[in-house]
Design a protein around this ligand. Structure first.
Ligand code: PLP
Length: 399
């Protein structure tokens, strides 16, 4: 056997791992309702027409070449304007980098920050690439507590306990995957203060920034004075273009503390050549164009969020907080005597109720005895899923 690297073999991604047993059922002709993957493009959500048109036009007009590794100036300028409008941040084109979506931004940023044995603070629970990629770069992800009873707000005192001299950054995911939390301004300020005390940058994942139901998203980039903040965002969620693989990040760093990190990131960016060129033209159309499609999509999502929230709380043995952003809900399994753990529960639900969730422990600390459901499908589909889950729970609890 030709051996693979330990680094690669150690990667876990719970969201896709549960798909294998679901596929087995589907092979046997069983219809599984999949509430596991957060891809709006698989449901009734599409990038707006003006973006699709701009993508096709760019290809037809010959923009099929390698672009600059930091991204096309047109898109970087569109990001500056969008972020000025959304967050009031004063950045320049030179502060913006374009990437193959937020996933590549994470690879570049973690790769540039981490030496073996260094650590990065990430939320617990968190979107799995955070822990997975930090480990890939021989770093240690340290998961800070987020408090379910407070709508999964980060606990700043817990963050403080996790910081040591090998800590390189604090990451926040807001609105959050998998919990749907929307972080309070005072919490973000406290995180910035803590980062300032320890001379750490804050990395802010804002991919769901305009997808909120109650309250508005606040960026730490808009609150900071001297603490360096790296803000990441992209076209996958708010612009509904997951498959285009395009995103960006920018530095809010008035004192130029990140100069060396920026240089390291640019070196890494050069050896991967460049992000998708024609997609960047589509992104310019999206970032500068009308956003009315989002109002309609958010109304749809809110109806689905309200429905699943109500129904899950009606089901015996399950309870849930209300997500305030993104399109995930993270219910708690109250009845614990019947399953070994949350993974066992999710597999039992899959096999008997034919609904696919992701086990909460796949998202790390604090995810134990929870599961994540995606509420992207129409209410009729969610209704079927909730009926099945309810029947399953009633049967299990009665006997
Ligand atoms: N960050 C968070 C918090 C996410 O939930 C996701 C996808 O689900 C991503 C990043 C990945 O984004 P992208 O498609 O831009 O790589």
């Amino acid at each position: 056997m030709i051996r693979a690297s330990q680094r690669a073999m150690g990667i876990e991604y719970a969201i896709r791992d549960v798909v294998l047993p679901a596929r087995e059922l589907e092979k046997r002709g069983i219809n599984v309702i999949r509430l596991n993957i957060g891809d709006p493009g698989k449901f009734d959500f599409q990038p707006p027409e003006h973006m699709k048109e701009a993508y096709c036009r760019a290809i037809r007009e010959g923009h099929n070449y390698y672009g600059p590794s930091e991204g096309l100036p047109e898109m970087r300028k569109a990001v500056v304007e969008r972020e000025k409008r959304k967050n009031g941040v004063d950045i320049g084109v030179e502060d913006v980098r374009i990437t193959a979506a937020v996933t590549e931004a994470l690879q570049l940023i973690f790769g540039a920050l981490l030496n073996p044995g260094d650590n990065i603070l990430v939320p617990g629970p968190s979107y799995p690439p955070y822990t997975g990629l930090v480990k890939f770069y021989a770093g240690e992800p340290r998961e800070y507590r987020t408090v379910e009873e407070e709508g999964w707000q980060p606990e700043v005192d817990d963050m403080r306990k996790l910081i040591d001299d090998r800590t390189r950054a604090i990451a926040v995911i807001n609105p959050n995957n998998p919990t749907g939390a929307l972080y309070e301004k005072k919490t973000l300020k406290a995180i910035l203060d803590l980062a300032g005390e320890h001379d750490l940058p804050v990395i802010s994942d804002e991919i769901y920034d305009l997808m909120t139901y109650e309250g508005k998203h606040v960026s730490p980039g808009s609150l900071t004075s001297d603490v360096p903040v790296i803000v990441m965002n992209g076209m996958s969620k708010v612009y509904f273009a997951t498959g285009w693989r395009l995103g960006y990040f920018y530095y809010v760093d008035r004192e130029d503390r990140l100069a060396q990190v920026r240089e390291a990131i640019d070196k890494m960016a050069r050896i991967r050549l460049c992000p998708n060129t024609p997609a960047q033209f589509a992104a310019v159309a999206g970032l500068t164009g009308p956003m009315d499609y989002l109002r309609e999509y958010m109304a749809r999502l809110k109806e689905r969020r309200d429905y699943i929230y109500r129904r899950l709380n009606e089901i015996p043995g399950i309870s849930t907080t209300k997500p305030r952003g993104a399109f995930y809900i993270f219910p708690r399994i109250e009845e614990r005597s019947l399953w070994k753990d949350d993974r066992d529960f999710v597999l039992d639900v899959l096999n008997e109720a034919h609904v696919l969730f992701v086990h909460g422990s796949g998202f790390g600390r604090g995810g134990e005895w929870h599961f994540r459901a995606v509420f992207l499908p129409p209410v009729e589909v969610l209704e079927k899923a909730m009926e099945s889950l309810e029947a399953f729970m009633k049967k299990k609890l009665s006997g």
